[in-house]
Design a binder for this molecule. Structure first.
Ligand SMILES: Nc1ncnc2c1ncn2[C@@H]1O[C@H](COP(=O)(O)OP(=O)(O)O)[C@@H](O)[C@H]1O
Ligand SMILES: [Mg+2]
Length: 238
């Protein structure tokens, strides 16, 4: 039987006085990788912010494993093992790769296992092994994205949220990083992947939601949405 890890029910969110999210509902089951796709400005980052506690919904509910977590602080959400890989990575450039990874474990109660956890990240992203002592700021974009994902994994997340991990990466590097995400997904992780490109997301996602102007306007199997092209082109022509 499936278990719902994340559910949004009619979420409304403002930033300042401007309403950004309108009645957003979605669900993510354990072990699913679900895409949220939409053009620039659709509200994808705001949606992730509403999940991790950066924006308190003005209406609606956020549920995590059945519990109402609406409006909990980012610290509380981190303790509940919801980890966000933020847009544009947001690493600490002067700190080494290893130090950036360690920061991801700050919300964990037990810290014994960090060596094993770093090893797990290095197995997923082998190029990082040689870079552990290198300042994150001197890495390539693709390597920085690996560190950002690795940092989130150090929290041993129950739910991993990724905000446009392919942004600004060259196609080959992007494909490598997506392959790593595919391995994570195949390993049973529960993932929400925000992307502008549905085709890209469909490589690793089962279901997808399509967002436009702060609303979910379509949903279904990612491969069906790609095949019909309906929402894909709706997003590209506006
Ligand atoms: N700090 C802010 N204050 C007010 N509105 C914002 C702010 N940041 C973004 N917005 C607006 O919120 C809407 C959704 O933005 P965002 O969630 O970043 O979309 P996406 O991630 O899909 O590109 C956009 O119309 C954007 O102009
Ligand atoms: Mg965004």
């Amino acid at each position: 039987m499936s278990e719902t890890v994340l559910a949004l029910e009619g979420v409304v969110t403002f930033r300042g006085r401007v309403q950004i999210l309108w009645d957003v509902s979605l669900h993510v089951e354990r072990g699913e990788t679900v895409a949220v796709v939409g053009p620039n400005g659709a509200g994808k980052t705001t949606l992730l912010g509403a999940v991790v506690g950066l924006f308190r919904p003005a209406a609606g509910r956020v549920r995590l494993q059945g519990d109402d977590v609406t409006g909990l602080s980012p610290e509380r959400m981190a303790r509940r093992r919801v980890a966000l890989v933020p847009e544009r990575r947001q690493l600490f450039g002067p700190l080494t790769v290893r130090e950036n990874l360690m920061l991801g474990a700050y919300a964990r109660d037990e810290r014994k296992d960090l060596g094993a956890e770093i090893e797990h990240v290095l197995e997923l992203f082998p190029p990082l092994r040689k870079l552990l002592r290198t300042p994150a700021g001197s890495l390539s974009g693709g390597e920085q994205q690996m560190v950002a994902i690795g940092r989130a994994l150090m929290a041993k997340p129950e739910l991993l949220l990724l905000d446009e991990p392919s942004l600004g990466l060259a196609p080959r590097v992007r494909a490598e990083n997506f392959a790593a995400l595919g391995r994570l997904a195949a390993g049973g992780a529960t993932i929400v992947l925000v992307e502008q490109n549905l085709r890209m997301a469909a490589r690793i996602c089962g279901r997808a939601y399509f967002m436009e102007r702060g609303r979910i306007v379509d949903e279904g199997l990612a491969e069906d949405l790609v095949r019909t092209g309906k929402t894909y082109f709706a997003g590209r022509t506006k």
